[in-house]
Design a protein around this ligand. Structure first.
Ligand SMILES: Cc1cc2nc3c(=O)[nH]c(=O)nc-3n(C[C@H](O)[C@H](O)[C@H](O)COP(=O)(O)OP(=O)(O)OC[C@H]3O[C@@H](n4cnc5c(N)ncnc54)[C@H](O)[C@@H]3O)c2cc1C
Length: 375
């Protein structure tokens, strides 16, 4: 790589987070390069189930709910804009998320949950079994009730990442693939670019969106971000197709549709370092989820099975913003754990704010690096 030009921003990592950041930065006129160690869009964002929508599971946290709400709105717009800009379809849709209750205890669980959510700005409602089946005809007869979150959507995370990468490139982002960042370029205590072996690239800002690898890009900026391995499979979906993402009250796992009729069943969580594999135990976990959520799919053909590495943190929240071990030129944008697709557009908008020296549109105190390092 020759040092032919200086960039205003270098984004390290071409997953959903990095590509969305590069796209929005370029849309604001910044001169941007995105570098990836491999091909763009082939790590966690390739493996993802792509369930998006407003999420409340991290409760009163000042980042998570606003970020997932904002991202849902941004995805509604991006779906249209990316199609116009690239001619490609992201495959984004669905009519919400249904949390299923098959016994009295589960019905009580969803009722209590909705009661607690009263006054919350994420719409949630209880449906009787028969109403839920009207919305989603493939649900079984013995379903007693379901909790509906109408704003939930599914997104083909592979298509999304590749499409927004293409749109970013069309806008003028320089995409550099097969270029592993081995350390940052330091100018005293400021970050001034990135290095890959003996090559370097200079920029005013470096954004770390390197996913599960992000915590170890530079020996002076180490963070406890670790790979959380997830196995996931695609089944031939029900004859009538699925309109909602389905899960069962108080149990892990989900089934989420694809526009082409497949039903994705996910996912496992394993801490096995930086390796990817399909295991008999993983298959068993996924089969159990299928049986619990939509038993009629248990004898459907497995069309595909794969795995990926979520960029995980101990508290499940991302790391976004500056690092006080540097005096500038550097921002974190990784560690989104199990919900990086849900947070990608909002994360990117906040990075644009920070690069533009504006107040971030969502507070970032609770996703700051300070919770992991002493200031
Ligand atoms: C099975 C599974 C199911 C999931 N389901 C959902 C879901 O339903 N909803 C949801 O919101 N989230 C889900 N997630 C999580 C979500 O996919 C991730 O949080 C998200 O994809 C993270 O995006 P990223 O861009 O940070 O990471 P990645 O997509 O992993 O991208 C990081 C990029 O950085 C590059 N990189 C790494 N090191 C270097 C280096 N040294 N130099 C240059 N480039 C480098 C990598 O090659 C990679 O392309 C799921 C994840 C998995 C595995």
């Amino acid at each position: 790589m020759s040092l032919d030009s200086k960039f205003e921003v270098i984004v390290v990592g071409g997953g959903a987070i990095g590509c969305t950041i590069a796209y929005y930065l370029r849309s604001e006129g910044f001169k941007v390069a995105l570098v990836d160690k491999g091909p763009i869009g082939f790590e966690a964002s390739w493996a993802s189930a792509g369930i998006v929508g407003p999420g409340t599971f991290l409760g009163g946290n000042s980042w998570f709910k606003p970020a997932t709400k904002m991202s849902k709105k941004l995805y509604d717009d991006l779906n249209q804009a990316l199609h116009e800009e690239t001619g490609q379809l992201v495959e984004y849709g669905g009519q919400g998320t249904l949390t299923l209750a098959f016994n009295a205890e589960e019905v009580d669980g969803i009722q209590q949950y909705v009661k607690k959510q009263k006054g919350d700005d994420v719409p949630t409602e209880i449906l009787m079994g028969v109403e839920a089946r009207q919305r989603e005809p493939s649900l079984p007869e013995n379903l007693l009730a379901a909790m509906l979150r109408p704003d939930g959507r599914f997104l083909d995370a592979r298509n999304y990442t590749l499409t927004i990468a293409k749109a970013a490139e069309i806008k003028g982002v320089r995409m550099i693939q097969g270029w592993p960042v081995t350390e940052f370029l330091w100018e005293k205590s400021r970050i001034a670019g990135v290095k890959s072996g003996f090559s370097s690239l200079i920029a005013d800002w470096v954004i770390n969106a390197a996913g599960a690898w992000g915590g170890e890009l530079d020996p002076k900026l180490v963070l406890p971000i670790f790979p959380d391995h997830g196995q996931i499979m695609a089944l031939k979906g029900p004859v009538n197709g699925l309109r909602h993402t389905l899960c069962r009250w108080n149990q892990s796992g989900y089934i989420t549709p694809r526009v082409d009729g497949r039903a994705l069943v996910g996912a496992t969580h394993e801490q096995i370092g930086f390796q990817k594999m399909i295991t008999p135990m993983g298959l068993r976990v996924l089969s159990d989820i299928t049986k619990r959520v939509l038993p009629e799919l248990s004898d459907r053909k497995i069309l595909d099975i794969w795995s990926g590495l979520r960029p995980a943190t101990k508290d499940g929240l991302p790391v976004i913003g500056p690092d006080y071990r540097t005096t500038g030129g550097y921002l974190w944008a990784t560690g989104h754990s199990s919900s990086g697709m849900m947070q990608a557009p909002a994360t990117a908008k906040v990075i644009v704010d920070l690069v533009s020296n504006k107040k971030p549109r969502i507070p970032i105190e609770e996703v700051s690096v300070n919770r992991f390092i002493k200031v």
